[in-house]
Design a protein around this ligand. Structure first.
Ligand SMILES: [Zn+2]
Ligand SMILES: [Zn+2]
Length: 357
């Protein structure tokens, strides 16, 4: 028999840019279908893409509950192997069908033809509990769940299911074990890249960043912070140390003007991994000839697959003492104070601002 649930969920409803969030309450009475799970949110974090939606730079199906980065505890479950009430879990931001070509042949379930993304779906879809700025979220059957080990804190794991898993995916695209790498951008994606590459044993990791206040954090996560405010000087500084250029460059800042610099920094045969430029203002400003003559491989990475989330959680477990993950996250704002938390996130003082129901 499917479990019958009746819980009272609170959430912040987003209607449109410029309008305040509506703090609402809803009775959740839906039966959980096999494979479905009801999770109580323990902590969520505000991602750059949430800010883009709030600021009107990105369109969502509204009204909706935003928020896709979170950790929670299972409070109800119907036939989900290996999971039970009380488990602390994270989950993939996307739910996929497991049947379409993207799911079965391409190895890209994140590009499923039936894709559903938490924190991006209308309140009128399914149970409505589709986002993380809420007390509860309804997890669908095609969503990959991962148990969080005790040594990994809520702060450390909250953004694993977006920023960290995306970078685990990005790092996996480098064709062979690199010795020298450049990361363009020292925000949360860049910082995770530093730590992942450090753990892999990459001897020289350079992270280009314009905000001086981020330099210390970048170094704590295993990279050499390079002041990117004067681009030419920064490029020369790196080239002076690496001779022919670096094996791989990651663009995580989302700034198209950085592409010619990245290309200049790559050695012949290097890998250029593009992660940040997921918006229309992304003309690359380089020629095919430049790519061909230098034998460059350019790879685009968007989101990630379930196995990247498994690896993210395993990475946090292995490294919880090696990097100050908690320092990336602000003290929590109460869910009722979401607008204040959003304002704090816009100041960019913290890599992530957290919200607690
Ligand atoms: Zn995100
Ligand atoms: Zn599919």
């Amino acid at each position: 028999m499917p479990e019958q649930n009746s819980i009272s969920a609170h959430f912040q409803l987003f209607e449109k840019t410029g309008e305040p969030f509506l703090f609402e309450n809803k009775e959740f009475r839906q039966k959980l279908e096999p494979g479905e799970v009801l999770v109580k949110i323990l902590l969520s974090t505000i991602c750059g893409s949430d800010l883009h939606t709030i600021e009107g730079k990105r369109k969502e199906d509204t009204p909706c509950i935003l928020g896709h980065e979170a950790v929670g505890e299972i409070i109800a479950v119907n036939s989900r192997d290996g999971f039970e009430i009380g488990d602390r879990v994270t989950w993939t931001i996307a739910d996929s069908c497991g049947k379409c070509p993207a799911c079965t042949e391409y190895g890209l379930p994140e590009k499923c033809s039936e894709l559903f993304k938490y924190g991006h779906a209308s309140i009128h879809k399914g149970s409505g509990l589709n986002g993380c700025y809420a007390t509860h979220i309804h997890i669908r059957r095609g969503t990959h769940l991962v148990k969080v080990p005790d040594v990994v804190s809520n702060q450390a794991v909250a953004s694993a299911n977006c920023a960290l898993a995306t970078m685990v995916n990005a790092i996996s695209k480098v064709s062979k074990q690199p010795k020298r790498v450049v990361i363009q951008g020292g925000g949360v994606l860049g910082i995770y890249a530093c730590a992942l590459l450090k753990e892999m044993g990459v001897p020289q990791i350079f992270c280009l960043e314009v905000k001086e206040e981020r330099f210390e954090l970048i170094e704590q996560f295993g990279a050499i912070a390079v002041d990117a405010r004067e681009a030419e000087k920064a490029t020369q500084y790196i080239l002076d140390q690496v001779g022919d250029g670096v094996d791989a460059v990651f663009e995580v800042a989302g700034i198209r003007q950085l592409i010619p610099q990245g290309l200049a920094l790559l050695r012949p045969g290097g890998d250029y991994i593009l992660v940040g430029l997921v918006h229309p203002d992304s003309e690359l400003g380089i020629t095919a000839e430049q790519i061909i003559r230098k034998c460059i491989t350019i790879t685009g990475v968007h989101n990630y697959a379930p196995w990247h989330l498994d690896e993210s959680v395993a990475f946090l477990e292995r490294n919880h003492n090696n990097f100050p993950f908690d320092a990336l996250v602000s003290p929590p704002y109460k869910l009722e104070k979401l607008s204040q938390a959003v304002h704090e996130a816009q100041q960019q003082k913290w890599a992530r601002v957290s919200v607690k129901p």
